[in-house]
Design a binder for this molecule. Structure first.
Ligand SMILES: *Cc1c(COP(=O)(O)O)cnc(C)c1O
Length: 375
């Protein structure tokens, strides 16, 4: 079986170095917000090309803290892509803000900038973009809209470590960006971890305080903060793994280029390759009109494909108040997407076998069901 992702295999090359780093933390006697966290914050800011990085407990908290720091009045509206992982939406609703759903572009899976402006009202305060599957959003038109209407731009960059847009890294494309270092992400810790990047010094100071009970000087609280601290063990692991992120992303790009040039299947819509070099290829997502049959076929042939994500946020039981919304492009995406295995530890042979298995399926009856791609 070729697994979708095998973290044991992906992390194996760094085991010795990581064990040493963990030992160093264990022996230090300092476990939360210390030297390792500071070092990582400096490294991640430099990597993203921004002036500030604030380590936090996870990606969801990173998004929530950004929204909290801006102190938008309750009921303010945040423009957000309708197809995203639930965390993006949760950050908005948890803060008492209103998500304003915007349809994506079917080819990029990212928010369609052309559909943003008509959704803006006097209550709109921010646009939250999500660089889904590792591809940066088309930022130029979004910056223009934000400037015209005086809106903040916030990135959910949880899937886009190292992705670039016009030479700028994800995390440096907005007023403030949220990262997750959940183990499966392109840069993954051995537990939960997250960070915020920004070029806004004042915002950074406030976030440093908010993540630690709203306190800068111990036992003196300037803000109503929370506990969202990054621990030394996770930071030490990230300090090791950050060195290999570019090489891992390059391997992902090589595999993606191979899939894009070799997969030949009339009913499979491949991801857009327009900005191939820049993508972080967190996931390689294709669309098939008979998704379940196609996944079963791959499974029968020893390939574990998965779905990111089967249900769009506005159709989730948790968001009953939004279930009536009609967002046909998002719904189509959620019905058709399949994530093929693509990760840095995959071998050339595995990738070749996956391509061969997919191309062979063209001659099978289930794969030839009439399909007119709307691309
Ligand atoms: C993983 C992820 C998050 C949340 O990160 P956590 O660390 O799990 O809280 C947010 N948004 C997107 C798009 C993600 O993929």
């Amino acid at each position: 079986m070729i697994p979708h992702l095998d973290l044991k295999r992906t992390n194996a090359p760094y085991q010795a170095e990581i064990a040493e780093a963990m030992q160093r933390v264990a022996a230090s006697g300092w476990y939360v917000l210390g030297k390792e966290v500071e070092t990582f914050e400096q490294k991640w800011a430099a990597y993203c090309g921004v002036s500030h990085c604030i380590g936090v407990a996870n990606g969801l908290n990173a998004l929530e803290l950004i929204l909290k720091a801006y102190e938008f009045p309750e009921g303010s509206e945040v423009i957000i892509p309708a197809n995203t992982y639930i965390a993006s939406i949760l950050s908005v609703t948890t803060l008492g803000l209103k998500p304003i759903w915007v349809e994506p572009d079917l080819r990029t899976f990212n928010i369609d900038p052309k559909k943003i402006e008509r959704k803006i009202t006097p209550r709109t305060k921010a646009i939250m973009v999500v660089h889904l599957y590792g591809k940066c959003c088309d930022m130029k038109p979004i910056w223009d809209i934000a400037q015209r209407h005086g809106l903040k731009v916030i990135e959910d960059a949880a899937q886009a470590h190292g992705a670039t847009y016009n030479g700028l890294k994800a995390g440096n494309l907005s007023d403030a960006a949220a990262f997750s270092f959940y183990p499966t992400k392109n840069l993954g810790a051995f537990g939960d971890a997250g960070a915020i990047t920004t070029n806004d010094a004042e915002l950074a100071r406030k976030l440093m305080s908010l993540r630690n009970y709203g306190s800068t000087i111990k036992y003196y609280n300037d803000h109503i903060g929370t506990n969202s601290r990054l621990d030394e063990l996770q930071a030490a692991i990230l300090n090791v793994k950050i060195k290999y992120l570019d090489a891992e992303n390059e391997r992902r790009r090589t595999l993606a280029r191979f899939y894009l040039s070799e997969i030949k299947h009339p009913h499979l819509a491949l991801p857009s390759a327009k900005t191939l070099y820049d993508d972080a290829w967190h996931l390689f997502v294709v669309r098939h009109p008979k998704r379940e049959q196609f996944i079963d076929y791959l499974m029968d042939n020893g390939i574990q494909a998965t779905v990111h994500y089967p249900v769009p946020p506005h159709k989730q039981k948790a968001y009953a108040e939004y279930n009536h919304l009609q967002l046909p492009i998002s719904e189509q995406i959620h019905n058709e997407v399949i994530s093929l295995p693509l990760n840095p530890s995959m071998t050339d042979d595995e990738a070749a076998y996956i391509v061969q298995t997919i191309n062979q399926s063209v001659s099978l009856p289930h794969a030839t069901v009439g399909y007119h791609s709307s691309l």
